[in-house]
Design a binder for this molecule. Structure first.
Ligand code: NAD
Length: 376
């Protein structure tokens, strides 16, 4: 089959959906891989590296004219219009973006959003949320360390002792766990909060402390279990108790990394303005949920601003919304492997397209087909 790899057009998107490693595997399977010239440059991949892997370098028209188009982000209006009806598009298409899906359906595209894959063992190798959140958690700590005007580790020097940084992590999914691991490697003292008590063991195994909040009613206990591994909105009674515990830690913290999300809903508000005011001057908040809060600008903290770094009440708030794109080479390498694994589900050994809706991953990821939005 012809597989096209256009350059990403969204501002700040540096990743690419195919790397020389995956291009080599696809060409070895007999497919033609057409990469738009320059598509990998921001991810440190040259056209020559793709050619050495057996891919053809083409212009945008050549990449969009393929049977299967591999993307990082959902195609824009202009990009959707460049593809012929029936083209298969695979990428991070945002299953919650109804107008975006309608655009793909209207263009007659058959599309698969990899974020919609179930969080099962079989789907793990194509789990783009995990591969990219892992990078986001790492980069959030790197940015915090860069912005923070003190050390992370405790140091005993001839000029005196420096205290270890205190880090609070809010939301301990994939990004939060990696943030804990990264801050730990730098020598910080870490406490973490999540609505799901099942993460306590994971937090402790990484050398951090779980911020305990009791579950007092059946409603609270039931909500804390979540669904499919994801959090459900917690009752206000529990959130109020959590806020008291978190506020105490945030007031003492040097760094807060917040990652709390609930799929398909606004990110919960966990760091109020008063909590920011209680922090020491020079503290840093990296809000991975920026842009996903109730107003679409803030995140877990209403003072953060999507894609901006601002200083409020003496605290630096980093609202970078695409942290994975700041580690473009490795983010692309992992994403491209996720994509390659998904392709195995929709391309037969004989090299033809087969959309098997009996396969739970294929069915969950399919967003549009035959002019219809088919998202389940
Ligand atoms: P996510 O990005 O949806 O959310 C981040 C974290 O925020 C979650 O841990 C969530 O519980 C937490 N959160 C939500 N509301 C909160 C609040 N008010 N206060 C504090 N924390 C709050 O999560 P994710 O990283 O995508 O991970 C989701 C789940 O999927 C996890 O259970 C993870 O272990 C699981 N997972 C499973 C597999 C697999 O089995 N294949 C792979 C990856 C992840």
């Amino acid at each position: 089959m012809q597989i096209g790899v256009p350059a990403e057009s969204m501002a700040g998107e540096t990743r690419v959906a195919v790397t020389p490693e995956t291009a080599k595997k696809l060409t070895a399977q007999g497919h033609t891989v057409r990469v738009q010239s320059g598509a990998g440059v921001a991810a440190s991949v040259t056209d020559a590296a793709y050619q050495a892997a057996g891919a053809e370098i083409t212009d945008a028209d050549g990449a969009f004219a393929a049977d299967i188009v591999l993307k990082v982000r959902s195609p824009s209006d202009a990009e959707a219009a460049r593809m012929k009806p029936g083209t298969v598009v695979i990428g991070m298409l945002n299953p919650f973006d109804a107008p975006g899906l309608q655009r793909l359906a209207s263009a007659g595209l058959t599309s698969f959003a990899l974020e919609a894959a179930p969080r099962t063992t079989r789907a793990q190798s194509m789990d783009v949320l995990s591969s990219q959140a892992n990078i986001a958690g790492y980069k959030a700590v790197m940015i915090a360390a860069d912005r923070y005007q003190r050390f992370f580790p405790m140091l005993m020097t001839a000029a005196g002792t420096v205290k270890a940084a205190r880090v609070v992590i809010l939301g301990v999914g994939v990004a939060g766990l990696q943030a804990i691991a990264t801050a730990k490697r730098l020598g910080a003292v870490i406490e973490a909060s999540d609505v799901r008590p099942s993460v306590k063991e994971q937090i402790e195994s990484l050398g951090a402390k779980f911020i305990e909040v009791s579950y007092d009613t059946d409603e609270e206990k039931e909500a804390a279990v979540g669904v499919g591994g994801y959090a459900k909105p917690m009752p206000p009674s529990w959130l109020a108790r959590q806020q008291v515990e978190v506020a105490k830690r945030v007031a003492l913290a040097d760094i807060v990394i917040s990652t709390a999300l609930i799929p398909g809903r606004a990110a919960p508000t966990l760091i109020s303005e008063d909590m920011v005011k209680s922090m020491k001057a020079g503290s840093v908040i990296v809000d991975i949920a920026a842009g996903k809060g109730p107003d679409g600008i803030g995140g877990n903290c209403p003072l953060s601003e999507a894609d901006k770094t601002v200083i409020k009440h003496g605290v630096t708030l980093v609202g970078e919304t695409n942290l994975a794109a700041l580690v473009a080479a490795d983010a692309s390498a992992l994403y491209a492997r996720n994509v390659l694994d998904f392709l195995k589900l929709v391309i037969t050994k004989e090299g033809t397209l087969k959309i098997d809706l009996e396969d739970d991953i294929v069915a969950a990821c399919r967003m549009t087909q035959d002019g219809q939005v088919t998202r389940t």
